[in-house]
Design a protein around this ligand. Structure first.
Ligand code: WQD
Length: 343
């Protein structure tokens, strides 16, 4: 089948592109390069043997999206494109509403105009807000504590309204918990611009000697070791979850549904540090620092609905999440600068 991946050069998009190509599908990547590099398409090609078609453009350009949907005879869209830094969203809410919400409206208008009504949407466990019970299932109340989370919630509500207005849509909303890790080849991974906000890329930079130590944001939470607990899942498991969702859309009669993609296991910050050191042999010096505003103590998934309906289950270990992250980081350090690659 032919799939359009918006934000397809990004961390999760690129891993999903590789998985879909290796399952025999054709993928077209649409990316505005705001937080990614064109070189990632070459790397996907080195993994799968086929460099994916890549359109440098923005989902806000409705006409451009319509042309791509028509030209490549797209059967379904996976919508990754969007801004995703919690802190940045507080400082720049309009940029988040414009890119994330208006961008999704533009994409949906293009899809409706071209008769493409199958969509997988990249949502986030952040829509659960402060957990009222754990593990979190899809029925848990939703709320948002920052503009980033509110854009995800608004988009989810838009998708439910669209499906209610036209039952021919087939939409899977995937609520990611904490994606980490890298492709086994070491060619794809999480490589954020600037200082990472998220735990795993920050740990990797400390292990690589690029940052002096990890700040552990609070060790006074009501958890066994006092540090925050999250449900970390391997990005390759997450990518395979997208393939399972796309296959599900071909057979379901439900216009719009929501699925948690997590492991169902919680890991604390200090457990992650210890596992990373054991998996890589690298030391990760850390200091206890004050809590980060907006953080919740614990958050982990009840993944049974995705297992039951999508036939998907996260299989990879925390050890592999750490080892693959380090292999990618080490590969990045030894890789020549992109301009040399281009020669
Ligand atoms: C994990 C744990 C921190 C960094 C966010 C978004 C979510 C999704 C994933 C986009 C927490 C602690 C972190 C550090 C630390 N993003 N930590 N020192 O906050 O669970 O989720 O990223 O889709 O939507 O909300 O992930 O990796 O930032 O934090 O101690 O330098 O690690 O306090 O307990 P989070 P995270």
């Amino acid at each position: 089948m032919n799939f359009l991946l918006t934000g397809g050069l990004g961390y999760i998009g690129s891993h999903t592109a590789a998985v879909l190509q290796q399952a025999g599908h054709h993928v077209v990547l649409l990316d505005n390069l705001s937080n990614s590099r064109l070189e990632v398409a070459d790397r996907i090609g080195r993994i799968t043997g086929t460099r994916p078609v890549t359109e440098v453009g923005d989902v806000l350009d409705t006409i451009r999206v319509r042309m791509a949907l028509r030209h490549y005879r797209i059967d379904a869209v996976v919508h990754f494109a969007g801004l995703k830094a919690v802190g940045e969203s507080v400082a720049q809410p309009l940029a988040y509403y414009h890119n994330n919400v208006a961008g999704t409206v533009s994409l949906l208008q293009a899809m409706a105009a071209e008769g493409v009504r199958s969509l997988v949407f990249s949502s986030s466990a952040t829509v659960y807000g402060q957990p009222q019970y754990l593990p979190l299932d899809e029925s848990h109340p939703t709320s948002a504590t920052n503009p980033y989370g509110r854009t995800k919630l608004h988009i989810e509500q838009m998708l439910h309204d669209l499906a209610a207005s036209d039952a021919t849509w087939r939409i899977a909303i995937l609520r990611y918990f904490n994606p980490v890790g890298a492709h086994a080849s070491g060619l794809l991974g999480e490589d954020p611009n600037g200082i990472p906000n998220n735990l795993m890329p920050y740990i990797a930079r400390v292990a690589a000697g690029q940052l002096p130590h990890l700040n552990v944001w609070g060790n006074d939470y009501p958890t066994p070791d006092g540090t925050g607990i999250r449900d970390y899942l391997h990005v390759m498991d997450l990518a395979e979850g997208h393939r399972a969702a796309l296959e599900h859309l071909q057979r379901t009669t439900t216009p719009c549904d929501v699925f948690n993609l997590g492991t169902g296991r919680g890991t604390s910050v200090l457990e992650m540090v210890r596992t990373f050191e054991q998996a890589t042999g690298q030391s990760v010096p850390y200091r206890i620092a004050p809590r980060r505003p907006g953080d919740v103590a614990e958050c982990w998934a009840d993944p049974t609905k995705a297992q039951r309906v999508l036939g998907w289950r996260a299989e990879r270990s925390l050890h592999d999440m750490c080892a693959s992250t380090w292999a990618f980081t080490a590969g990045q350090r030894s890789a020549p600068a992109p301009h040399i690659l281009a020669v």
